[in-house]
Design a protein around this ligand. Structure first.
Ligand SMILES: C[S@@+](CC[C@H](N)C(=O)[O-])C[C@H]1O[C@@H](n2cnc3c(N)ncnc32)[C@H](O)[C@@H]1O
Length: 323
């Protein structure tokens, strides 16, 4: 399937480089490289993503490689996110989902991995344009929908219905990965409330950082000196000294108010531990010293993977009529 892509990819690279993409948009390329490295370093087939390799360029490898070497725990969290969301998506298809909306989709290739779902991707225009060009020759149900400057505070479902055939009465999975920690809580809450009340049956898969790591005031004070020093280095590298992680969301305390039930909330280390049969998953996968193992443990415990659904989705799973 991937034969013949090289020329297309070379053309896409020529037409656009990361220079054309803003700071948050660049995180899509960073995460994509982490996905590739997580698969390579663990050699685990569930983490492999052939499409991710198509989006990789010399420039993105040069940007992400040193960060992965310095902060290898990102590989674990990105790996856990893939394992968790893929598994939950498979379950949602079994439950009857027919549509998927990916908010801030970046270079996520799940539209191609889940062709049974009609998928709508929302991100900034230039990221989706890069992706569309790279994937131009592949069969895909991907319908990229750019909404510059963003999806927050926008009637995205109304727009999807008007222009792309989205049907809010159909069971829908929303993927919201790698986004909430850059977004202030109020905006996250408003978006979730909007999704819950504007779809008949909705499930949302969303990753979050705890309030220790992502503080609304941008301060770095986790109570763990080693983690603080490390997190400051992350801020220096990714945010130019500013902590860009300001959006913690504790699903277990707020989901009810937003019209959602919590189906699951797991820390990313547990997800990895469930899949890899090894006595110490951190040292075995990262091959790191005890200091890095401490940081990896602290970070992955604070990085959570969550599944929430509205009452219509719960009814669907239980075979009852919605409402
Ligand atoms: C860290 S990347 C994650 C990409 C993808 N979800 C993944 O997990 O690989 C964040 C992406 O969200 C997009 N994004 C963030 N806020 C957005 C907004 N308000 N509107 C549209 N796109 C947004 C960025 O452009 C970027 O591509």
């Amino acid at each position: 399937m991937l034969v013949g892509m090289k020329q297309t990819l070379r053309n896409a690279r020529r037409m656009m480089s990361m220079q054309d993409i803003n700071e948050i948009g660049r995180t899509a390329f960073f995460v994509n490289e982490m996905r590739i490295l997580a698969a390579q370093r663990t050699n685990h087939k569930l983490l492999d993503d052939a499409y991710a390799r198509l989006f990789s360029t010399d420039e993105t490898r040069a940007m992400a490689g040193p960060i992965a070497d310095r902060f290898p725990f990102f590989l674990l969290s990105v790996g856990a996110q893939k394992l968790y969301m893929d598994e939950r998506l498979r379950a949602s298809v079994r439950a009857g989902a027919t549509q998927m909306v990916i908010l801030g989709s970046g270079l996520d290739a799940r539209a191609l991995h889940f062709p049974q779902l009609q998928t709508y991707e929302i991100d900034q225009g230039n990221i989706l344009e890069f992706k569309r060009r790279v994937l131009a020759n592949l069969p895909s149900k991907l319908l990229p929908v750019p909404y510059p400057p963003g999806y927050l505070g926008v009637d995205i479902l109304g727009l999807l219905e008007e222009t792309h055939g989205f049907d809010r009465t159909q069971p829908t999975v929303f993927l919201w990965a790698g986004n909430t920690y850059y977004i202030p809580n109020e905006a996250t809450f408003a978006c979730l409330k909007y999704l819950a009340s504007n779809t008949s049956a909705a499930m949302v898969l969303v990753d979050t950082m705890s309030a220790r790591l992502a503080r609304p005031d941008g301060r770095i004070d986790t109570g763990d000196t080693l983690l603080d020093a490390c997190w400051q280095s992350v801020a220096d590298v990714l945010g130019g000294g500013r902590n860009i992680f300001v959006g913690p969301w504790d699903v277990t305390t707020t989901a009810d108010d937003l019209g959602f039930m919590v189906q699951d909330s797991s820390d990313s280390l547990s997800v990895i531990e469930d899949v890899f049969d090894t006595s110490n998953v951190i040292t075995d996968l990262l091959k790191c010293d005890s200091e890095m193992a401490h940081l990896a443990n602290a970070f992955t415990r604070e990085f959570r993977l969550n599944t929430v659904c509205n009452s219509g989705w719960r009814a669907l799973e239980e075979g009852r009529p919605a409402g």
